[in-house]
Design a protein around this ligand. Structure first.
Ligand SMILES: NC(=O)c1ccc[n+]([C@@H]2O[C@H](COP(=O)([O-])OP(=O)(O)OC[C@H]3O[C@@H](n4cnc5c(N)ncnc54)[C@H](O)[C@@H]3O)[C@@H](O)[C@H]2O)c1
Length: 314
């Protein structure tokens, strides 16, 4: 079972599982964080498989026991992502989609000890870390309501692991990018503006760094977490080659073959300065070995954005 299968990472994961010959039940509710058209387009990569079944339900509502009954692995990627929109009124949606939905799912599998439950957490749980690269034992100091809901989600999963024996494994993804990336994410916005010849507004001075992680590397780690024996229960999944936003922009400029019109502005509340993942645990227990560097990965995302613009998808 893959929750959030119409989303960016979930659609790639479900597609990889189908290509491996697995049978996949995909769940999504087409949450309004971005266009339904884009999510339906993501889903089309899955619906062509006979071994795929789509269940359009809201995880935060209703009884999920029937949906999970046949699953041996539940990959829980549904959620409310994004740091900036987690301030203010939308916080309620974060609570609902990151916590209530997860709790409902945990309730439905708590009597199924043979089910591996892999869930997507985030590097946002760390906030501005004191140590770089950051390891999983770092004290959590989220800087955004989004990061706070992800930290609470980890605690909830750990509670069900200890109290009910749920075989829960959490993955702290570090800035995932690649084809189908969400429209609110920086590389998507930058590529689209570069192709359309529009100005690019960067939050901050562009020298902030991120451990950018290509989506196929995230999928490989997530897949491994679904079946490998593990000692630990939380893993950093980060690309291994931190780069600044300015580095990324110069790669995009080369791909666009024209100068970019970039302005630098205020740092947004909740944005951390730098992220870098210590991936020792994932490398040793999940055979995590990120393969796609920033130039190759950005070229793939740029090509996808160009195609999506040409077909009026975005
Ligand atoms: N993309 C990243 O860089 C990144 C980084 C860290 C963590 N994550 C986490 O990874 C997961 C996937 O992120 P993404 O970028 O693919 O986001 P996404 O928004 O593209 O995908 C999430 C999907 O979950 C669905 N969903 C939300 N609430 C639901 C509910 N109550 N019931 C059923 N479906 C629901 C949405 O409709 C959406 O299609 C999220 O949990 C996110 O917090 C992502």
């Amino acid at each position: 079972m893959v929750t959030g299968c119409a989303g960016f990472v979930g659609s790639h994961l479900a597609e990889a599982l189908l290509k491996e010959g697995q049978t996949v039940v995909g769940v999504d509710v087409f949450n309004d964080n971005y266009s339904r058209g884009l999510k339906i387009s993501n889903l089309r990569h899955l619906t062509e498989w006979d071994s795929f079944e789509f269940v359009p339900i809201d995880l935060a509502q209703g009884d999920l026991a029937g949906v999970v009954a046949e699953s041996d692995v539940v990959y829980h990627l549904a959620g409310e992502p994004g740091v900036r929109s987690s301030w203010g009124d939308r916080y309620e949606t974060y609570l609902r989609n990151n916590l209530r939905a997860t709790q409902q799912l945990l309730e439905s599998i708590k009597s199924m000890p043979d089910v591996r439950f892999v869930y997507a957490s985030s590097s946002s749980v760390y906030g501005d870390s004191e140590t770089m690269p950051t390891s999983e034992s770092e004290t959590l100091r989220p800087l955004s309501p989004y990061g706070q809901t992800k930290a609470a989600m980890e605690l909830l999963c750990d509670l069900y692991r200890k109290s009910h024996g749920v075989d829960a494994v959490g993955l702290r993804y570090f800035t995932v990018y690649g084809p189908r990336q969400r429209p609110d994410m920086a590389f998507h916005r930058f590529c689209r503006a570069a192709i359309n010849g529009e100005p690019i507004a960067v939050f901050g001075d562009g020298l902030q760094t991120r451990d950018f992680t290509f989506v196929s590397d995230v999928v490989a780690a997530t897949r491994a977490a679904g079946h490998m024996p593990v000692v630990d229960h939380l893993f950093n999944i980060g690309g291994g080659s931190p780069a600044s936003v300015r580095d990324a922009l110069s790669i995009i400029e080369a791909l666009a073959e024209k100068p970019l019109d970039v302005t630098y502005g205020e740092v947004e509340r909740g944005d951390v300065r730098d992220t870098a993942a210590n991936t020792t645990l994932a490398r040793t227990q999940l055979a995590f070995d990120p393969r796609i560097g920033l130039e190759e990965g950005l070229a793939a995302e740029f090509a996808w954005v160009r195609e999506a613009i040409a077909s009026n998808l975005i």
